[in-house]
Design a protein around this ligand. Sequence first.
Ligand code: ATP
Ligand code: MG
Length: 164
Amino acid sequence: MRGCLIGRFQPFHNGHLQVVERISADVDELVIGIGSADASHTVKNPFTAGERLMMIRKTLEPYEITDYVVPIEDLNRNSVWVSHIQSMAPRFDVAYSNNPLVVRLFEEAEIEVRQTEMFNREDLKGSEIRDGIIEGEGWRECVPDAVAAVIDEIDGVSRLRQIG
Ligand code: ATP
Ligand code: MG
């Protein structure tokens, strides 16, 4: 059984990790689609697909689950979004999301969708974490250590400050 989780992961944070841990109780393998893969170096999308892939790979390395991380470029055409994902990703049996649009699009494509819950959404939210990076506080404890290490390696703090 293979599941699918789509996100922008700007950056991959502890909420995403908790969802992955929850999903891994259900499925043997997980496809992780990196959305807006073509975007980078903006305040909303500071990190490249490759940088986000590295964050996910290094974080999930100690975990049991087999993951396939696939960059998905934006099409900006919702009606064909699911087939766009399918054209890039390994086959999957079930998609996980709590985004109403994503749920609707998978359902219309007759793919089973399972709703996920939010964990500590006040703090574990990409936009809050990016603000924290710019302000220089309160972000390291919201991301896995491996993600903080990648952000340090690529000089992500100074990138966000310069463009933010
Ligand atoms: P942004 O503020 O940039 O949109 P985000 O935290 O919403 O960041 P996304 O990459 O948009 O991160 O998230 C992808 C998916 O991960 C979301 O649709 C949501 O289902 C899930 N997710 C995000 N944050 C959490 C969280 N704190 N707990 C559980 N699931 C989460
Ligand atoms: Mg989001």
